[in-house]
Design a protein around this ligand. Structure first.
Ligand SMILES: Nc1ncnc2c1ncn2[C@@H]1O[C@H](COP(=O)(O)OP(=O)(O)OP(=O)(O)O)[C@@H](O)[C@H]1O
Ligand SMILES: [Mg+2]
Length: 400
């Protein structure tokens, strides 16, 4: 009788083999594999096939831990040379976390679809955790304040069935479409309004339907699809800024923007009440999860000053500053409650256009801060030209 044959001895995989296997494990939230993201550290394989790996999560209590664990085990245990998988869980430092976020943002950018928005335009979406805090008023006033400083400002009303840009900016004309050179299909031409030496270019579903009531019939329309169309099928032409007035409390548009225009920065509008601040944090959380940067916080309806000069904190105090602190963003400004803000919005003449009020000043001041924090397109061009030059020097195509 012949002796039973022992199972074929397969040598354990090398640490590099393990890393390659782990490249198939994707962190679904960050949209990249755990090796490239730097989450899989310290791979060690013993002679008897025990694989020990360290995995650093962005936060200790990451809800995706179980999923990542299953994925790692199922990838490695199918390798015949692996007898056991041991995972040592760790947590990233805040520096590692911000490096991983930058990498994920870069990946998202690489995979983004092309839009008709010029690459040099700074895209700012005005968002909030809850409705009615003044997103549209902030959008309209910042748009005119930026334009008044000679900038070309696109405004996209992403509040598809609750649009307010046509009324607030006094631009209710129907949108037209026409053939544009280089494109097969006709493009939507934004409505334009001159502001000093600057220009507004605005699109809104309110410029497609007859009245605000009709828009309710659009409820069935997929929100992100409509926004996508405004990004792709509008002939924006030159733009310095694109401001996007976000609809209240929805994550869909935000996620859609992260996919279509990952360079979008968010301006979060909140009121001074602490309860509002808690809700606003949700908007910030969502931004972080979809890798959108936060450009700053605007506290609206901050206080009310009566005609006798007394100031009242009608909606509480400190919410904007607390939110900014908590999310590590700048408090761009505190806009007081003023009849002129509401009145200007109702009449298509936002207060920041020509008003002499305190609110008008705050809006103009925020616009200046935004312009100050934006790298001019020309400088960026200079920068990439210099970069190209150094590459050519390294490649020996140009003398040093
Ligand atoms: N600083 C202010 N002073 C006085 N009224 C204001 C101020 N800001 C906003 N309002 C008024 O509050 C109401 C809500 O503002 P707005 O429409 O800008 O909010 P919103 O966040 O865009 O709302 P929604 O979530 O419905 O889109 C409007 O009537 C507006 O005129
Ligand atoms: Mg609004």
């Amino acid at each position: 009788m012949s002796a039973p044959t022992s199972p074929r001895q397969v040598p354990p995989p090398s640490a590099d083999d393990v890393r390659n296997l782990l490249r198939a494990v994707i962190d679904p939230e960050l949209g990249a594999n755990i090796v490239d993201l730097g989450m899989a550290t310290d791979v060690a394989v013993s002679a008897d096939g025990v694989v020990a790996i360290g995995v650093k999560l962005t936060i200790k209590g990451c809800p995706l831990r179980a999923q990542i664990k299953n994925d790692i085990e199922s990838r490695l245990e199918t390798h015949p040379g692996v007898s056991k998988v041991k995972i040592e869980w760790g947590e990233m430092t805040s520096d590692e976390r911000s490096a991983v976020m930058t990498k994920a943002r870069w990946n998202a950018r690489e995979n983004a679809t092309d839009t008709a928005v010029p690459v040099t335009a700074r895209v700012l979406a005005i968002a909030s955790g809850k409705g009615g805090v003044g997103k549209s008023s902030v959008t309209a006033n910042l748009a005119v304040a930026l334009a008044a400083q000679g900038r070309t400002v696109g405004v996209l009303d992403a509040d598809i069935w609750g649009f307010s840009m046509p009324r607030m900016l006094g631009m209710a004309d129907r949108l037209a479409a026409r053939k544009v050179e280089g494109f097969e299909k006709p493009k939507i031409i934004p409505n334009e309004r001159r502001v000093g030496s600057g220009l507004l270019k605005v699109v809104s579903t309110g410029m497609l339907v007859d009245d605000e009531g009709t828009a309710l019939m659009w409820r069935g329309l997929m929100l992100t699809k409509a926004v996508e169309q405004f990004l792709n099928d509008v002939h924006w032409g030159d733009l310095d800024f694109l401001l996007i007035d976000m609809p209240p409390g929805t994550g869909d548009v935000q996620m859609g923007l992260a996919r279509m225009l990952p360079r979008t920065d968010l301006i979060i509008v909140t009121t001074p009440a602490v309860s509002a601040q808690k809700v606003a944090i949700r908007a910030a959380d969502m931004a972080q999860r979809s890798f959108l940067r936060i450009a700053g916080v605007v506290e609206n309806m901050s206080h009310f000053t009566c005609e006798h000069g007394s100031t009242y904190a009608l909606f509480g105090e400190g919410g904007g500053a607390a939110l900014a602190r908590e999310i590590g963003a700048e408090l761009l400004g505190q806009v007081p409650i003023e009849n002129a803000v509401a009145h200007g919005s109702d009449n298509g003449e936002p207060v920041a256009l020509a008003g002499q009020s305190a609110a008008a000043e705050v809006f103009r001041d925020i616009a200046k801060k935004i312009i100050g924090s934006t790298v001019p397109a020309n400088d960026m061009a200079g920068c990439s030209a210099r970069l190209l030059e150094s590459v050519e020097v390294v490649l020996g195509k140009k003398p040093n």
